[in-house]
Design a protein around this ligand. Structure first.
Ligand SMILES: [Zn+2]
Length: 374
């Protein structure tokens, strides 16, 4: 990963090497880039990657077909996803993709979009103005793992499965085996996909709200404040009462990296007021009610309040981590599953406490031009 700035390297390490330490399971033989498609209304389809926590993370996609054109929300995390989403659109309609919106800057939602644009080159690409800046920032710089790093990762997983112990000496719980096995099964495909990633280039940006008219059907794009990132947008179909959230809502484990916990809770509170029959999260299964949003609000409020309180007492980041009592929150996400506990620790607790601690100290949890960490 030579050349990768510290922050991007850490983020990748969290998903990649963390995943490598662990690994991924599927009841299905499908590769990690295959969606299951659900029709949410006539001409409205959600593509959901089954077992959302499998490696690598790949954001869900939404297709909305109007009388004049087609809208995509979070088109594709990798090239293969892009090819498949474009093929799905072509299967559903002869109308072209006219608008694509990107929920936020994290590449697992848009770095395969170039494959959609090969088929639909005239689509307008819409994002929040912060997202457009973040895509070009050092925080988003990324270098694929080297062959040597891949070899090490693969060996570490093979050893963990063979010995029943992870590299840190912890046991490989039975729940972890399918996760690791899935990584090994698709290792070369995933690696090829990672090498084909390209940053998306928005052609239209906005600050608060933007409406896409597809002919007989409207998609409202809104930014409700900083949340998972500074530039999150959601897509809402008021007539159909369908909401797509990007990573403001992720199941079963939210991603806490560089986030804005208190404001994020407020964004979720605003989403709670929208009438919905279906909520498509950034990752994970479709929601039919707001119970999970309430759980997220509880978790984010807990983090914001408790980290602020401990930081105000002059505690260090490590002391804050040690001082947090997660017993009212964590089991509601993990149900005691050791694999989910590992994700909850690596993808939520660790990064979000760091983010809130930075904010509590008057800093920026999402510095686009971070100082080198190494
Ligand atoms: Zn994501």
């Amino acid at each position: 990963m030579t050349g990768m700035p510290g922050a991007a390297r850490r983020r990748w390490a969290a998903f990649g090497a963390g995943a490598a330490l662990m690994i991924a399971g599927g009841a299905r033989a499908a590769d990690p880039f295959e969606f299951e498609w659900t029709q949410l209304d006539k001409g409205v389809w959600a593509g959901v990657r089954p077992i959302s926590y499998n490696s690598p993370p790949t954001g869900n996609a939404l297709i909305v077909i109007g009388k004049k054109g087609v809208f995509l929300f979070d088109p594709a995390g990798t090239p293969l996803v892009g090819e498949r989403v474009a093929a799905k659109v072509a299967e559903l309609t002869s109308l072209p993709v006219t608008h694509i919106a990107i929920s936020h800057w994290h590449g697992d939602h848009s770095m395969g979009m170039h494959k959609v644009l090969e088929k639909y080159p005239d689509a307008e690409i819409i994002a929040h103005e912060f997202t457009a800046r973040a895509i070009l920032s050092p925080l988003n710089a990324f270098t694929p793992p080297t062959d040597e790093e891949n070899r090490t990762t693969r060996e570490r997983i093979e050893t963990a499965l063979k010995t029943g112990k992870r590299s840190n000496g912890e046991p490989v719980a039975p729940q972890m085996r399918p996760y690791y096995e899935n990584i090994l099964e698709h290792f070369d495909l995933v690696n090829a996909e990672i090498r084909g990633l390209k940053p998306a280039t928005p052609t239209k940006t906005f600050a608060e709200a933007y409406t896409v008219n597809l002919g007989g059907r409207q998609v409202e794009l809104r930014h409700m404040g900083p949340g998972n990132t500074n530039g999150d947008i959601i897509a809402y179909l008021p007539k159909e009462k369908i909401l797509a959230t990007g990573d403001v809502v992720v199941r079963p484990t939210p991603y806490g990296f560089y986030s804005h916990p208190r404001s994020w809770a407020s964004v979720l509170g605003q989403l709670r007021t929208l009438p919905t029959t279906a909520i498509a999260p950034g990752h994970g299964e479709i929601l039919r009610d707001a119970a999970y949003l309430d759980l997220l609000i509880d978790a984010l409020t807990f983090v914001a309040d408790e980290v602020d309180r401990l930081a105000a007492e002059g505690k260090s980041l490590d002391e804050v981590r040690a001082g947090l009592d997660w017993t009212q929150i964590e089991p509601r996400f993990t149900g005691g599953d050791p694999l989910l506990a590992l994700f909850f620790d690596g993808w939520f607790k660790t990064p979000i406490v760091e983010a809130q601690y930075k904010i509590a100290k008057g800093g920026d949890s999402e510095d686009l031009d971070p100082p080198p960490a190494d």
